[in-house]
Design a protein around this ligand. Structure first.
Ligand SMILES: *[C@@H]1O[C@H](CO)[C@@H](O)[C@H](O)[C@H]1NC(C)=O
Ligand SMILES: *[C@@H]1O[C@H](CO)[C@@H](O)[C@H](O)[C@H]1NC(C)=O
Ligand SMILES: *[C@@H]1O[C@H](CO)[C@@H](O)[C@H](O)[C@H]1NC(C)=O
Ligand SMILES: *[C@@H]1O[C@H](CO)[C@@H](O)[C@H](O)[C@H]1NC(C)=O
Ligand SMILES: *[C@@H]1O[C@H](CO)[C@@H](O)[C@H](O)[C@H]1NC(C)=O
Length: 477
């Protein structure tokens, strides 16, 4: 039996050591101090229930007039408050024929929600769609007790009740977010996600991090970042393993974002839940964004032993599933403080696209909506989150929030750069309802989803209005 020579062995060990050092240059020594634990009886206290109203500064219906022309261009939006005009195609969750020509002067967002109606806090409680169970865990679920009637007329909307939560707090570079789940929704038509996004600018200009996201009968999780142009995932230097997952897409500004597929077993679906769930963590550092997953039996000791007030340390966690180093994505430019979102939607531009749907779901008519949303309510018996906790941390060496992302509004204390408390979400009440109301379209949509982000042009109010109408006329031309 031969053994490697000691010098070769040394070379190998030092190579491994160097590789490990090269992995998390920004994270190596930081101590993460606890910021908040969403857990137990207070789990739901610091979230906004979407409840059909969109309060983001760029999505609010009170101050916007928007013109929807799906035909070629998308949507021209006039923000009466700032005078900004932009072109937007971010609307999602819609399988809208691109040839359809529509002119709509909106005073509120068009309800397009992938066949779900997100409930407000009162309904969520009374309909028992969001509650703390006997074990002290948070349950967030899709309605599995109502039988829905088919639409009576063409164009009628029939939605199943679901929940979309947006955190009142936002988390800057330097944050660490850990979620411990016992059960994640799955099944045909089901599209759960736990993600973050910045509300400072219209999606995706303030970034998005998809931490848990999969559909239908997929057997693995997918991680993704969404940004405007200029951020991509760079391949690691030769010989360095920066992540254990498989990169599916490298450019974060594409429709589906820069996707990394999980390769560890039991990261989604029946397998995940049978194994008792697991833990997902995301670190947002100046050096990059890193996402880990462990199935229940593999959770690191320092996470298992932690309480709501423990500090955290990532150095023993090993190679992440997904690693987005700052070499080709400047974190401070693309990721202002992020709000957390937890939701379950149905069908829509990923789960509901016929060929994608049919690739894992063999149902009688091959229709996501007809075979599930209208079907027996028991189709959704597995469509629930059971969450032990979501904990957030801030590194003791977290950088201050860059000035371009610090809001000037006095009602929003998010310019407390470098403080150890999370930043409050912006919005008139100092909190946020969040989002476009429809999930920005994400990974794997091979439909021609209408979306191109939006460059925002500054104009005076009157100029803006003229541009707006002129643009409208030209496009209808
Ligand atoms: C609350 O539930 C009632 C009864 O189902 C419904 O009419 C109402 O629209 C719901 N509210 C929201 C915000 O969904
Ligand atoms: C279901 O959602 C799709 C978009 O995913 C939409 O086109 C369709 O009209 C919805 N169906 C009903 C009956 O609401
Ligand atoms: C990128 O990360 C490295 C550490 O890997 C750090 O030294 C550098 O300051 C970071 N660059 C920026 C622009 O944040
Ligand atoms: C709904 O799903 C839950 C969780 O799987 C289950 O306990 C319950 O029996 C289901 N059915 C109804 C009608 O709530
Ligand atoms: C969102 O907007 C609605 C309608 O203007 C308002 O009633 C509600 O209080 C706002 N919610 C938050 C959290 O700001």
């Amino acid at each position: 039996m031969s053994t490697p020579s000691s010098s070769r062995r040394f070379a190998r060990i030092s190579f491994i050591a160097l590789s490990l050092l090269a992995l998390f240059p920004g994270a190596a020594q930081a101590i993460f101090n606890p910021v908040r634990s969403y857990e137990g009886d207070t789990f739901f206290d610091r979230w906004d229930f979407y409840g059909n109203v969109d309060n983001t500064t760029w999505g609010g219906w009170v101050t916007k007039l928007s013109l929807t022309i799906w035909w070629t261009v998308g949507r021209v939006v006039l923000d009466a408050r700032s005078g900004a005009v932009w072109l937007s195609r971010y609307d999602s969750c819609v399988l809208e024929p691109e040839s359809e020509r529509q002119l709509q002067l909106q005073t509120r967002p068009v309800p397009k929600g992938c066949n779900v109606t997100y409930q407000d806090r009162n309904n969520a409680t009374s309909k028992k769609l969001a509650f703390i169970n006997g074990a002290g865990n948070a349950i967030v679920k899709v309605d599995n007790s109502s039988v829905l009637s088919p639409p009576l007329a063409m164009g009628d909307v029939v939605n199943r009740d679901s929940i979309r939560l947006t955190s009142l707090d936002s988390y800057p570079i330097g944050s660490l977010i850990i979620i411990d789940v016992l059960h994640v929704p799955f099944g045909c038509s089901v599209w759960p996600s736990f993600w973050t996004y910045g509300i400072q600018e219209e999606w995706p200009s303030a970034g998005e991090i998809d931490i848990i996201e999969a559909i239908n009968q997929m057997d693995h999780n997918q991680i993704a970042l969404h940004t405007r142009g200029g951020c991509s995932q760079s391949p690691p230097p030769m010989g360095v393993q920066a992540q254990t997952g498989n990169t599916i897409e490298g450019d974060c500004s594409t429709d589906r974002g820069c996707i990394v597929a999980e390769t560890k077993p039991n990261s989604y679906g029946a397998g995940l839940n049978a194994a008792g769930g697991g833990v997902y963590a995301v670190q947002m550092a100046l050096s990059g964004i890193y996402v880990w997953f462990w199935s229940r039996p593999d959770i690191p000791q320092n996470i298992l032993q932690s309480t709501a007030t423990s500090t955290m340390d990532v150095t023993s966690w090993g190679i992440p599933t997904a690693s987005y180093p700052n070499t080709t994505c400047d974190m401070e430019t693309f990721f202002p403080p992020q709000n957390l979102v937890l939701l379950t939607t149905l069908c829509g531009v990923w789960a509901g696209v016929p060929d994608i749907y049919q690739s894992t779901c063999k149902t009688p008519t091959g229709s996501c909506f007809n075979d599930n949303v209208l079907g027996p309510a028991s189709n959704f018996d597995q469509a629930y989150w059971e969450i032990r906790y979501i904990r957030t941390f801030l590194a003791d060496d977290a950088p201050p929030i860059p000035p371009q992302w610090a809001t000037t509004s006095s009602s929003s204390p998010s310019s407390t750069a470098g403080s150890t408390s999370p930043t409050e979400g912006a919005g008139s009440g100092g909190s946020v309802t969040g989002g476009t109301g429809v999930r920005p379209p994400v990974a794997n949509s091979n439909s021609k989803a209408l979306r191109a982000g939006g460059g925002s042009l500054g104009f005076g109010g009157v100029g803006a209005l003229m541009m707006f109408l002129l643009g409208a006329m030209m496009m209808l031309g």
